[in-house]
Structures are given as structure tokens and as C-alpha cells.
Design a protein around this ligand. Structure first.
Ligand code: S3P
Length: 441
């Protein structure tokens, strides 16, 4: 296990950088490629740990997977979903909630037994939200702890019963699992979202020829559908870009361009929030691929103000809350984050992890059942922060360390590989030389 000794950064942040390609889109491109018959070329695939778990799952179904990490490319050759074989072994999604949940939707349509598990963190994450709707559709599925947690077993069927399901939480992972499962329905299925969550699966399915009907927050899938083998060129991940942007926002005179970042409206809650906080950014070179806008983000040093983030905005910035909490500590006033109870069941309990970390650095913070109240502006004092094995916590507090007065130690930083393997190298590219990674026995 490694720890990071992060000393204050007093230099300049200037220039242009690429962040990793989008993790959510990479998972979906791999799963959709597997479902289609023929060859799928994915450029700009994210070779992070989570997406590698997805590749190993589809490989276990009989899909040929060729990886070219230097070119950021994956080529899949599949006979399509009707050819999927019963996996010979347990499939391990490691740390990836997206892998296990989307894979469960796909396994619903595989005749035979699929067993899905994950690492210690994933085995604590809620699964009833996918088990219940799939069971209603006639799938024999269950999980540990009275259907609460992985491992999951799934005995799928060639055709499942059509279903009507209202999501209890606005979760794109659950929605996507059900969209995949609905493809093997004996008739039309309907999925209703209480609030909009990221819509990449819908966009990509439509791009490969699947017809989806959308009516007042409901998505209707009418099988059978033919999935066309396609190619995807994926943009950068705004959830990773958010760390670099936050650093630039807080370093005097900074001006940084992050190239080719995905700007899907269901993912840009972070940018909307920055606008309210007085964060200065602009979008350059905007274009669109498979229904997803993308562009360069130019961000400059800004004096930040506190803001409020409420329940309806949470799904649009769910993964950016830890880094927003760091910005809130630097912003003037009281920032209130509410309706964010989903954070308690992420890779760590992120409400608790963020509150512990901020407190360790001397920030005044109140932990609520469904959010946080953070009082700024303040200096990050010298302290030791635990990552709780959570990539976004490790990266958020690395940024806090760079902005601190005397330096911060972050315990457990190997987890950054889960979404952003080149995180420390990219900070190096920006001229940051104040981070030392140390092996801990
Ligand atoms: C994701 C959806 C979100 C997000 C996760 C990735 C996805 O989870 O937190 O990191 O790719 O669909 P939920 O859908 O469970 O909120």
C-alpha cells in the first residue's frame, strides 16, 4: 500500500492537458460491443481498473477482447448476445459498481448460472435495487445477506417477462442494468426514473440502432431489437477533469485547458455548480459524437463563493461531491449539500470519508445523514487523511494537500487506479513536484 506526502504547491498552473477517457462510457461501449454481432472498435477507452473488470467479464462470456493500451484502443469481436456462454467461473467486478450492476442486467438474458462478486468494498454495496426488478421479470436472482449484497447468483432466461419498474433511487447503474435486461423481454418493458441520471446507455443504445421511447421520465424498450456492431470514439471524463479544474480554480493566476472532455448535460452538474460559486471556465471547440457533446474546458483562478446543492442536482454531480467539498472549504461562506444519502453507499461512505478528511485538516464541517455543511474559506492545515480505499477521496485530498499551508499525508493512494491511473503522472506534467509516493509495509 502506498501513501502520498503532499506538500503545498506554490508554482504556476498553465498549459493544456488531456484527462483520462470517460469511465462510464467505456463500460457501456464494452458491454454494447459485446451484445452486438461483429467487430466493435472503441478508441479513447479508459484503461482504468474498473473498466478492465468489465473487459474481463465480457471475455468470460466468450467475447474476443483485444486491447491496445498505448493507442487507447479496444477491439471486440462478438457473435452477439445469443452466443454468450455460461461463465465457467465466478466473475469478479473488483471495485466496480457499474460492472456488477450492468453485468447483472446482461446475465438476466444468459441461460445458465452467472455468479458475480467483487472486492470488500463492492461486497458491501446495495444490490436489492437490481435484484427486485429482475426477479419481478422472472429471473432467478439473489444475493448475500438476504439479497442485499454481492456475491450475486443469476439464472437467466433467453426471454424474460416484460416489466414496469419505478426506480427508488435515481441510479444510472440500475437504469442501465434494466435497459439491457429489457432487450430480452417477451414484450415491452418500462423503466421510470424519479430524477434524471446520466443517460449514456440510452444514447449509445440508440446510436447502435435500438429504438427507445421516452415519455415523461419513462423509457420504454420494445424487443426484439437488433444491435448494430459500431465504433465509438470516447471523450475525456469530466469526473476526472474535475480534480484538475479544481486545482486550477484555487491556484492564483492559473489558466488550464483540459482537452476533449465529455459534456453530456446529465454529467455537467459540477460545471453548473461552479457557475454559482463564481468559478471561471469556458468551453472551446465544442462538438458531438453519438449524441454526446464534448469540448475543451478552459479554467482560470477564481475567488469562490459558497453554494447550496440540493437533491435534484445530486445525480448530475454525484461523483464530484468529494472534490466539490474541497472547493467549498476554499469558498467564502456556508456550503450546504443535501439529498446526497446515496454517497453513503459508494466505494466508501463518502459523507463520512469527506467529513473525516476535512476535519483532519482543520475545516469546520457538519456531517448530516444526507449531506454535509462546510464553512469556508479556510486554510487546509497539516494533517493525515485516510482514503478509505476510495479513489475519489484519495484524489480530492491530494488536491487539498497541494493547496494546504504545511502539507498533507494521504494514506492509501493505490486506489486512484480505479478511475485515474495517471493521476499523479498528470499532476507531474502540470509541473507539480511536491508529491512523494511512499510504500508502506
Ligand atoms: C455510474 C453511475 C453512478 C456513479 C458511478 C458511475 C455509471 O452510480 O456514481 O460512479 O456509470 O452509471 P449510480 O448510478 O449508482 O448513482
Amino acid at each position: 500500500m502506498r501513501r502520498a506526502l503532499v506538500m503545498p504547491f506554490r508554482g504556476q498552473i498553465r498549459g493544456t492537458i488531456m484527462c483520462p477517457r470517460d469511465k462510464s462510457l467505456s463500460h457501456r461501449a464494452a458491454f454494447i460491443g459485446a451484445l452486438s454481432r461483429g467487430r466493435t472498435v472503441i478508441t479513447g477507452f479508459s484503461f482504468c481498473r474498473d473498466c478492465m473488470s468489465t473487459l474481463s467479464c465480457i471475455q468470460a462470456l466468450g467475447v474476443e477482447v483485444h486491447t491496445f493500451p498505448e493507442e487507447g484502443k479496444v477491439v471486440l469481436q462478438s457473435e452477439g448476445h445469443t452466443s454468450f456462454c455460461e461463465p465457467e467461473d465466478v466473475l469478479n467486478a473488483e471495485n466496480s459498481g457499474t460492472t456488477i450492476r450492468l453485468m447483472a442486467g446482461i446475465a438476466a438474458g444468459i441461460e445458465g448460472l452467472t455468479i458475480l462478486t467483487g472486492d470488500a468494498s463492492l461486497r458491501r454495496r446495495p444490490m436489492r435495487r437490481i435484484i427486485e426488478p429482475l426477479r419481478k421479470a422472472g429471473v432467478d436472482i439473489g444475493g448475500r445477506g438476504g439479497d442485499r449484497f454481492p456475491p450475486l447468483f443469476i439464472r437467466g432466461r433467453k426471454r424474460i417477462a416484460p416489466f414496469f419498474h419505478v426506480l427508488e433511487v435515481p441510479s444510472a447503474q440500475v437504469k442501465s442494468a434494466l435497459l439491457f435486461a429489457a432487450l430480452w423481454g417477451e414484450g415491452p418493458s418500462t423503466i421510470v426514473e424519479p430524477l434524471p441520471s446520466r443517460n449514456h446507455t440510452e444514447n449509445m443504445l440508440q446510436y447502435v440502432g435500438v429504438t427507445l421511447r421516452k415519455e415523461d421520465g419513462a423509457i420504454i424498450v420494445e424487443p426484439p431489437q437488433v444491435i448494430r456492431a459500431s465504433s465509438f470514439e470516447l471523450p475525456g471524463d469530466i469526473s476526472s477533469a474535475a480534480f484538475l479544474m479544481s486545482l486550477a480554480l484555487c491556484v492564483p493566476e492559473a489558466s488550464l485547458i483540459i482537452q476533449d472532455v465529455g459534456l453530456n448535460p446529465t454529467r455537467v452538474g459540477f460545471l453548473q455548480c461552479l457557475e454559482r460559486m463564481g468559478g471561471k471556465y469556458s468551453i472551446l471547440a465544442k462538438r458531438e459524437t453519438f449524441g454526446e457533446p464534448r469540448g475543451d474546458i478552459l479554467v482560470t483562478y477564481s475567488e469562490l463563493q459558497a453554494t447550496s446543492i440540493g437533491p435534484e442536482e445530486i445525480p448530475l454531480l454525484i461523483d464530484e461531491i468529494p472534490i466539490l467539498a474541497i472547493l467549498a472549504a476554499k469558498a467564502k461562506g456556508k456550503t450546504v449539500i443535501s439529498g446526497a444519502q446515496e454517497l453513503r453507499v459508494k466505494e466508501s461512505d463518502r459523507i463520512r470519508s469527506v467529513a473525516c478528511g476535512l476535519r483532519a485538516l482543520g475545516v469546520r464541517v457538519e456531517e448530516k445523514e444526507d449531506g454535509l455543511v462546510i464553512y469556508g474559506p479556510c486554510d487546509f492545515q497539516r494533517g493525515v487523511v485516510q482514503s478509505f480505499g476510495d479513489h475519489r477521496i484519495a484524489m480530492s485530498f491530494t488536491i487539498a494537500g497541494l493547496l494546504s499551508t504545511e502539507g498533507v499525508i494521504i494514506e492509501g493512494v493505490d486506489c486512484v487506479d480505479v478511475s485515474y491511473p495517471t493521476f499523479f503522472a498528470d499532476l507531474g506534467k502540470l509541473g507539480i513536484t511536491t508529491i512523494t509516493l511512499e510504500e508502506v509495509l
